[in-house]
Design a protein around this ligand. Structure first.
Ligand code: F6P
Length: 365
């Protein structure tokens, strides 16, 4: 009988979590339920839940009161990849393509589409699933802000706020003890968090992956500050920043993860080298996952809500294969395949970098 079954979509959060995920979940569920009469199935732990048919119907009541909460009520995984599932064969670890299983689960559950809330890794898997015949809609999430087809991803503003607060706090203790304070922030291969938190917090030196740095130049800038009576300095360094001619600092490899490399260690190295060169006491603070935890800023709650509502509309209108995006002040959408084609990195000749230079910030180049 026509119309016997309600329409259904699946919703998952993949990759590293970030503030604002719950705002998206709430918006997708409420908009789908109230406006389109579409049921939303919340898939547990990212693509893991889709492979293992681990999902439940989410009602508007289920998502009530979660807007301000960090993390994701659905759970996430930055390892689960249906195209590369680790299996043991004769005691040996191998990888299998189990994308057929994912498509079969979605069909058995009568999911018209899967809304994938994720960063580069999860959205790339989403784009591959489209080629397998599974309709996918993307929502861009990441504190790194490194997706090209949107002016900003939700999660970035909250991470920038945490990092700015840290830079502010380090100022007073740096001044009391006349130290060089190095703070290492996240961002992978993009320097957005370091650049913008560094600017907002008045960091004296900002080191980003897009501008390889010369430690001599950093030392000279700090020395000059000392000569002009400034007895402390704040260095904000992105985890992906690299000394000119040197290597990126890798903390560990997680082979099962779509992005195996985890960065880290540059902050400690910079602090040590500056202390040696300048004979000036230095300390390092690695902000790490503090930047991903906790309550989203009001900006991220609003952006997450707008993205979720647009994703629900795209699903209702069967505009599959698209990723929601912010352009200027407007929420729009772009083809998902284009969205993951290239990362968005800081342009060293952009106006924002020039503005930082104009107020005396050293980039070590
Ligand atoms: O992509 C978000 C991010 O927090 C990066 O900034 C960071 O490099 C990475 O994830 C850390 O990953 P994990 O949570 O696996 O340590």
């Amino acid at each position: 009988m026509m119309g016997a079954h309600p329409r259904r979509v699946g919703l998952l959060t993949g990759g590293g979590d970030c503030p604002g995920l719950n705002a998206v979940i709430r918006a997708v569920v409420k908009a789908s339920t109230y406006h389109y009469g579409i049921e939303v199935y919340g898939i547990r732990d990212g693509f893991d839940g889709l492979m293992n048919d681990n999902m439940d119907l989410l009602t508007a009541d289920d998502v009530s009161g979660i807007l301000h909460r960090g993390g994701t009520i659905l759970g996430s995984s930055n390892r689960a990849n249906p195209f590369r599932v680790p299996v043991e064969v004769d005691g040996e670890k191998r990888y299998e393509d189990q994308s057929d299983q994912v498509v079969a689960v979605a069909r058995a559950r009568r999911l018209e589409a899967i809304i994938v809330v994720g960063g580069d890794g999860s959205l790339t898997i989403g784009a591959q699933l489209i080629e397998c015949g599974l309709p996918v809609i993307g929502v861009p999430k990441t504190i790194d802000n490194d997706l090209d087809s949107t002016d900003v991803t939700f999660g970035f503003d909250s991470a920038r706020a945490v990092a700015t607060d840290a830079v502010d706090r380090l100022h007073s203790t740096a001044e009391s003890h006349q130290r060089i304070m190095v703070v290492e922030v996240m961002g992978r291969y993009a320097g957005w968090i370091a650049l913008e938190a560094g600017m907002a917090g008045g960091g004296d030196v900002i080191l980003i992956p897009e501008i390889p740095f010369d430690l001599e130049k950093v030392a000279t800038a700090i020395e000059k500050r000392g000569q002009s009576g400034r007895r402390f300095s704040i260095v904000v360094v992105a985890e992906g920043a690299t000394p000119r001619g040197g290597q990126i600092f890798v903390d560990r490899r997680i082979e099962d993860s779509p992005e195996a490399i985890r960065l880290g260690g540059i902050g400690r190295w910079v602090a040590h080298e500056l202390e040696e060169r300048l004979q000036w006491e230095s300390r390092v603070t690695v902000l790490g996952h503090l930047q991903r935890g906790g309550s989203p800023t009001s900006f991220d709650r609003i952006l997450g809500t707008r993205f979720g509502v647009e994703a629900a509309r795209l699903a209702a209108e069967k505009l599959h294969g698209r990723m929601v995006s912010l352009r200027g002040t407007e929420v729009t959408s772009v083809p998902l395949a284009d969205a993951v084609a290239k990362p968005r990195r800081v342009d060293p000749s952009s106006a924002i970098v020039s503005a930082a230079r104009a107020v005396g910030t050293c980039f070590g180049d």
